[in-house]
Ligand binder design. Structure first.
Ligand SMILES: Nc1ncnc2c1ncn2[C@@H]1O[C@H](COP(=O)(O)OP(=O)(O)OP(=O)(O)O)[C@@H](O)[C@H]1O
Length: 414
C-alpha cells in the first residue's frame, strides 16, 4: 500500500537554483535508530525495512500488506552520525543562512526515538568523560563547518546565539545569567513572533559556541521515564544569527548589515502517558508537550489546504507554533528530521510520526531574505543591560547577607 510519494523531482534542485520566492517544500529526512538494549532484551522484532535511499516499508503485524513511505532521505540503523549530517544537507542550509535566509532544522518523533541524539549526540557517560567526535550530532558538525566558512568569507561577520526552551508552555532563557524567568512572546510586523528580553550572546570561536551549547543542554529540563532514562521535557530552540558588515553598512549607518539565521529545534517527544508510566509532574509535562505537538500538527494540516489564507493558520495556539510560524508557512527554508524506533511495539507511534512527516513534506514556504539584519545592535545592547541588571541584583542580595546596614549607603543603582 502506497502511503505517499515524494514531491516530484529533487527539492535540492530548487535550492541550487536559488530559492528566492520559489515555492520550496519542507524537506523531510527519516532516521531509524538501532534497537535499544531494553527492546532487544524483551525480544522485540523490527517492523521497518529501508529500501534504496528514500523508501521505508512498514510491516504491520498479522501479515497485512506493507505500507510504503518516501522521504528526501531514509537512513537505517546502521548509518553513522556523519552519514546523517551528509544526507540531511545541512551544509546547504548553512550556505543559505550565510546568504541571508532564515533556515530551520527540527527533529520530530516519539519519546526515546533519538531526536536529541541526532541533533547533539549522546549524553556524556560521566563527569569529564568526553563524547567521541565520531558521535557528535548535526549541531556540533554544523557549528564546525560554519565557523570555518566565516573565517574564509573575506567580509567582516559577527555571530550571535540565543538558546531557549519551551517548558510547560513557558519560554525560559537557557543562556540567562541568573535563574531563567518566563519570557513573553510578542509579535510585530517586521520581526513576526519573537521572544522579548531573550539574551543573545556574541561569540567569536567554535569553543565559545560549544560552551553555549553545553550551558543550554545542562540547564534544559529532562527526566527519566519507562521509555527514556533522559527524556527532554521541553522543546529547545538554539538560533545562530549571522551578520555581514558590508562596505556600504560601514559607510552609511542607515544601511543594515545583511545576514541570516540558522535555528535548531529539538522538539520534546510525543508520548502515551500509559506507556511511559508518567505521573504527577511528569504527566503534566507530557500533556503540555502533547498539546503543543497537536497544535503544530493542526497548523501543518491547515497549511496543506490550497484555499488557506496564511492569516487563518492558528499559529497563536501555542508558543511552539508562534516561534515556528516563519519556518512552516513563511519565508524560511526548513528541514525536518523525523526519528523512529524500529520496534514493532512502537508501531502505532511510528505510524503517527510517519504520517505527520508525510504531511509536513507537502508544506511549502517561499524563502525570502529578511529586509532587516538578523539581529540589530540595539537587541544586543538590550540583553547586555539586562545581564548587568541581573548581576547587580545578585551582588546586592549577596551584600545584604554579608552587611545588611552597609546597603543603605549604596543607593538604588541600576
Ligand atoms: N542512532 C542511535 N544510535 C545509538 N543510540 C541511539 C541512537 N538514537 C538514540 N539512541 C539512544 O537512545 C536513547 C534515546 O535517545 P534520545 O534521548 O535522543 O531520544 P529523544 O527522541 O530525544 O527522546 P525524548 O523525546 O524523550 O527526549 C538514548 O540513550 C540515546 O543515546
Amino acid at each position: 500500500m502506497e502511503e505517499r510519494g515524494s514531491p516530484d523531482g529533487d527539492p535540492e534542485l530548487n535550492l541550487d537554483q536559488g530559492p528566492e520566492g520559489l515555492e520550496t517544500p519542507i524537506q523531510v529526512v527519516l532516521r531509524v535508530r538501532p534497537m535499544s538494549t531494553a527492546e532487544l532484551r524483551r525480544g522485540e522484532q523490527s517492523a521497518l525495512r529501508c529500501s534504496g535511499t528514500r523508501t521505508l516499508h512498514v510491516r504491520p503485524p498479522g501479515g497485512a500488506q506493507d505500507v510504503v513511505f518516501r522521504f528526501s532521505a531514509v537512513l537505517d540503523a546502521s548509518r553513522t552520525q556523519e552519514d546523517v549530517f551528509q544526507a540531511c544537507g545541512v551544509r546547504r542550509l548553512g550556505e543559505l543562512a550565510l546568504r541571508g535566509f532564515s533556515c530551520t532544522v527540527f527533529t520530530f518523533g516519539q519519546t526515546g526515538s533519538g531526536k536529541t541524539y541526532t541533533l547533539t549526540g549522546p549524553r556524556p557517560q560521566g563527569e569529564g568523560v568526553p563524547v567521541p567526535p565520531s558521535l557528535a550530532g548535526i549541531m556540533q558538525r554544523t557549528f564546525t563547518w560554519l565557523l570555518e566558512q566565516v573565517q574564509h568569507l573575506g567580509t567582516p561577520t559577527t555571530l550571535h546565539a540565543s538558546y531557549l526552551e519551551i517548558y510547560n508552555e513557558k519560554v525560559r532563557d537557557l543562556l540567562s545569567s541568573g535563574s531563567p524567568r518566563p519570557l513573553p512572546v510578542r509579535w510585530n510586523k517586521t520581526r513576526g513572533f519573537y521572544v522579548e528580553q531573550l539574551r543573545v550572546v556574541e561569540f567569536g570561536s567554535l569553543g565559545a559556541l560549544m560552551e553555549l551549547l553545553q550551558m543550554g543542554l545542562s540547564r534544559r529540563r529532562s527526566s527519566a521515564h519507562t521509555l527514556n532514562q533522559t527524556s527532554s521535557r521541553s522543546h529547545a530552540l538554539l538560533t545562530l544569527y549571522i551578520n555581514h558588515h558590508t562596505q556600504m553598512s560601514h559607510m552609511d549607518p542607515r544601511v543594515p548589515p545583511a545576514g541570516g539565521k540558522l535555528c535548531f529545534v529539538d522538539l520534546a517527544g510525543s508520548e502515551k502517558v500509559a506507556a511511559t508510566g508518567s505521573r504527577g509532574e511528569l504527566m503534566l509535562e507530557a500533556n503540555s508537550i502533547n498539546r503543543s505537538l497537536l497544535a503544530l500538527g493542526h497548523c501543518i494540516s491547515l497549511l496543506l489546504d490550497p484555499h488557506r489564507k496564511q492569516s487563518h493558520i492558528p499559529f497563536r495556539d501555542s508558543k511552539l507554533t508562534k516561534l515556528l510560524a516563519d519556518s512552516l508557512g513563511g519565508r524560511g527554508v526548513t528541514l525536518m528530521v523525523a526519528c523512529v524506533s524500529p520496534s514493532v511495539q512502537c508501531l502505532p507511534e511510528t505510524l503517527s510520526t510517519l504520517r505527520y512527516a508525510s504531511r509536513a513534506q507537502r508544506v511549502t514556504t517561499r524563502p525570502q531574505p529578511p529586509k532587516s539584519p538578523a539581529i540589530k545592535p540595539t537587541q544586543c545592547l538590550e540583553t547586555e543591560i539586562l545581564q548587568l541588571q541581573e548581576e547587580n541584583r545578585r551582588l546586592r542580595s549577596q551584600l545584604v547577607q554579608i552587611d545588611p546596614k552597609g546597603m543603605n549607603s549604596l543607593g538604588s543603582g541600576l
